[in-house]
Write a protein that binds this ligand. Sequence first.
Ligand SMILES: *Cc1c(COP(=O)(O)O)cnc(C)c1O
Length: 369
Amino acid sequence: MTPAPVPPVPVPAPDSVPVSVPHNGPLVTEDDIAAVTEALRSGWLATGPRTAALEAAFAERFHPLHASAVSSGTAGLTLALRGAGLGDNGATVAVPTYGCSALLDAVLVAGCTPLVVDVTERTLGIDPGRLDPAHPIDAVIAVHTHGHPADLDALRPKTALLVEDCCQSLGGRDERGRPLGAIGDASVFSFYATKVIAAGEGGMLLQRDPAARDHVRGYQDPGAREVYAPRFNHRLSDPAAALALSQFRRLDEIAAHRRAVAARYTAALPPHVAPPPGLAPGQVPYRYCLRAAGRAQQQRWIGHLRAAGIAADPLIPARHLLHRQLGLEPREYPVAERVVDSTVSVPLFAALTEEQADRVAEALTGLPD
Ligand SMILES: *Cc1c(COP(=O)(O)O)cnc(C)c1O
């Protein structure tokens, strides 16, 4: 029996208009299929030589950091904290409120205390100006949101441990040309189905300190525990590692495609629409997010794009902002509260074809006021 085709990532479709350009979708090439097939034929399904090869590839690109493959980005963030000895002691970890709930999960599962901070209008990363010097923090998880580099230089003096969340920024560089993921003390990547590299699930943790790396070994693989203590299993399987490695080898190509599509969109914008504020040379755009003047314009733009069969998306609803998830006062987070009501994310993904990009560009040109 022929297996059913794998459906694309589901997108919230408008009522009646068929969506022909989805919001996301992975690109699986013949090379990827051959790499996974080879892993399956080898009979080695558990963590093994392909996982080690993936770690080696990251360690080479991000020299001198040490690489540990893990089961997800969330697992990597948890272990970034644990590796620095921050587990189970209520250490304060600052996270941006405009982010995915994985940030809260990682901090709380590690036994730390989240300090949720508003973001900057431009990068959507944590706003260093909102970190009160009177309130000591043990770690910052700086997210390079949508691929835009967070302000690491301003964050550095405010924290003992600087963790870069690179789940949306693999392959990018900051304004000074430094590779994102090679600047902080630790950095974390995700290989979830919608990320820059899509292996279904998976992640990578990079750490500068070899002792911190050794410390997470027993967490990464419970079989490596020296002394028994209850732990999750954070291992990556070899078929997933084979897929991630095959895509990692194409990273420069994937990055060039994303940059070209973003440039094509920017060139198509009418004069009354500004390009995404955080976009800058060097980065790998993960999302292409226009910023409307407010909710009414956001809805008009989304309506216009969806009527053209394009799955434009507001991304994070206000209720998913991390401060709201913790029941904190929305007025304390004015930037993030404004951003959710103005964001219009336009399809930008590895499998996006030339024709689809043209179609999106054409619709962008016609954006209403
Ligand atoms: C996807 C993502 C994560 C979590 O990664 P998983 O692999 O899904 O656990 C964490 N942070 C950011 C910014 C992400 O985009």
